[in-house]
Design a binder for this molecule. Structure first.
Ligand code: NAI
Length: 308
C-alpha cells in the first residue's frame, strides 16, 4: 500500500506520522511545493522509525509527482489554513486553484488512486475534485465528519465526565461552523442515549461547542489544528488499506440520498478497499432533516463560487 500526502504542513505531517505509527502502509510519499520541506519532514519522521517501531518507508519530494507514481491513496492537504476569525469558506480563492492542479497531477501518475480531500472549504474542494477529474465517485472522499465526530465525542465525554471510549456519536452535514449537524438524539454512552444523563440545555451546549471546535482551536493556536485532523485522515487511509468496511461520516457526492443532489456533504459512509463503498441513509427526524437541508444550502452557495 502506497500513500501520498500532498502538503507537508501541519495536517499533512501529522497524518504521515499517524499512518507510519499504525504501520499498515509500505510507503508514504510526502510532497510539498516549498523547497526541502517535505524531504525534511520525511527524514525527521524516518528517524522516529526505530523509536516508534514502524517499517513504513517515508520519502519526501519537492513537487516531483513521478515519486508519487502508483499510489493507492492520496491525501490532499495542500493550501492555506484559516487564521483566527476567518471562516473556512474564505479560503476558497487560493485553495481551489491548488486542489485542482494537485488532483490532476496525482491522477496523471496514479490513475487508480483514491483521493481523500482535506483542504478547506472541504465539501466544496471535494465537489471540485469530482467535477474536474473524472474519477469514479467512490474514489473521492472528503474528510471532515470523522474529525467533527471525534470533537463531538470529546465534548460529550467532557459533559458526561466519562472516558471518550464510552461515548458514541456522529456529526453529519457540511464541514463548517454553521453547517455541522451533531446528532445528539442518536449519541450514546455505553448504548444508553445521552439524553438519559444530560439536559437538553447541556446537549445544546455540547452541539454548539462541537460546531465551533475548529474555530476554538484556531483562536488558541493562531492557526488551524493538526493532531486530530491528522489522526482522522489516517483512520480513513487505514480503512481503505486494510479493507475495514468502517463507517465514518464523509463528504460524499449525493445523487438523491437524503433528498439532496449534486453536492458533496457529510453523510455516514462505509470505507473499504474500493474507497467510499456505500452511503448509509439513516432515518432523521424533522428537525434534523431541516438542519441538513439548511446545511446543504450553505454548501451549494460556496460551490457557486467555483469557476468550473
Ligand atoms: P499548512 O499551511 O501547515 O500546510 C499546507 C502546506 O501546503 C504548506 O506546506 C504549503 O507549502 C503546501 N502547499 C501549498 N500549495 C501547494 C501546492 N500547489 N502543491 C503542494 N503543496 C502545496 O496548513 P495545514 O494546517 O496543514 O492545513 C492544510 C489545509 O487543511 C487547510 O486548507 C486547512 O484549512 C485544512 N484543514 C482541513 C481539515 C478538515 O477537517 N477537512 C482540518 C484541518 C485543516
Amino acid at each position: 500500500m502506497k500513500v501520498t500526502i500532498v502538503g507537508a504542513g501541519a495536517v499533512g505531517a501529522s497524518c504521515a506520522e499517524y499512518v507510519a505509527i499504525k504501520d499498515f502502509a509500505s510507503e508514504v510519499v510526502i510532497l510539498d511545493i516549498k523547497d526541502g520541506l517535505a524531504e525534511g519532514k520525511a527524514m525527521d519522521l524516518m528517524q522516529t522509525a526505530s523509536l516508534n517501531g514502524f517499517d513504513t518507508k517515508i520519502k519526501g519530494t519537492t513537487n516531483d509527482y513521478s515519486t508519487t507514481a502508483n499510489s493507492d491513496v492520496a491525501v490532499i492537504t495542500s493550501g492555506i489554513p484559516r487564521k483566527p476569525g476567518m471562516t473556512r469558506e474564505e479560503l476558497i480563492g487560493i485553495n481551489a486553484g491548488i486542489v485542482k492542479e494537485v488532483s490532476a497531477n496525482l491522477i496523471k501518475h496514479s490513475p487508480n488512486v483514491t483521493i481523500i480531500v482535506v483542504s478547506n472549504p472541504m465539501d466544496t474542494m471535494t465537489y471540485l475534485v469530482h467535477k474536474t477529474t473524472g474519477l469514479p465517485k467512490n474514489k473521492i472522499i472528503g474528510m471532515g465528519g470523522a474529525l467533527d465526530s471525534a470533537r463531538f465525542k470529546y465534548r460529550l465525554s467532557e459533559a458526561l465526565d466519562c472516558p471518550t471510549s464510552d461515548v458514541d456519536g456522529m456529526v453529519i452535514g457540511g464541514h463548517s461552523d454553521t453547517g455541522m449537524v451533531p446528532l445528539t438524539r442518536l449519541a450514546t454512552r455505553n448504548s444508553v442515549p445521552v439524553s438519559a444523563f444530560l439536559s437538553e440545555e447541556r446537549l445544546n451546549k455540547v452541539s454548539e461547542d462541537t460546531k465551533v471546535g475548529g474555530a476554538t482551536l484556531t483562536k488558541l493556536l493562531g492557526t488551524s489544528a493538526w493532531y486530530a485532523p491528522g489522526a482522522a485522515v489516517s483512520g480513513l487511509v487505514q480503512a481503505i488499506a486494510c479493507d475495514q468496511k468502517k463507517m465514518f461520516p464523509c463528504s460524499a457526492m449525493l445523487e438523491g440520498e437524503y433528498g439532496l443532489n449534486d453536492l458533496c456533504i457529510g453523510v455516514p459512509a462505509i470505507i473499504g478497499k474500493d474507497g467510499l463503498e456505500k452511503i448509509v441513509e439513516i432515518e432523521l427526524d424533522d428537525k434534523e432533516k431541516a438542519k441538513i437541508k439548511e446545511s446543504a444550502e450553505g454548501v451549494k452557495k460556496t460551490n457557486g463560487l467555483l469557476e468550473l
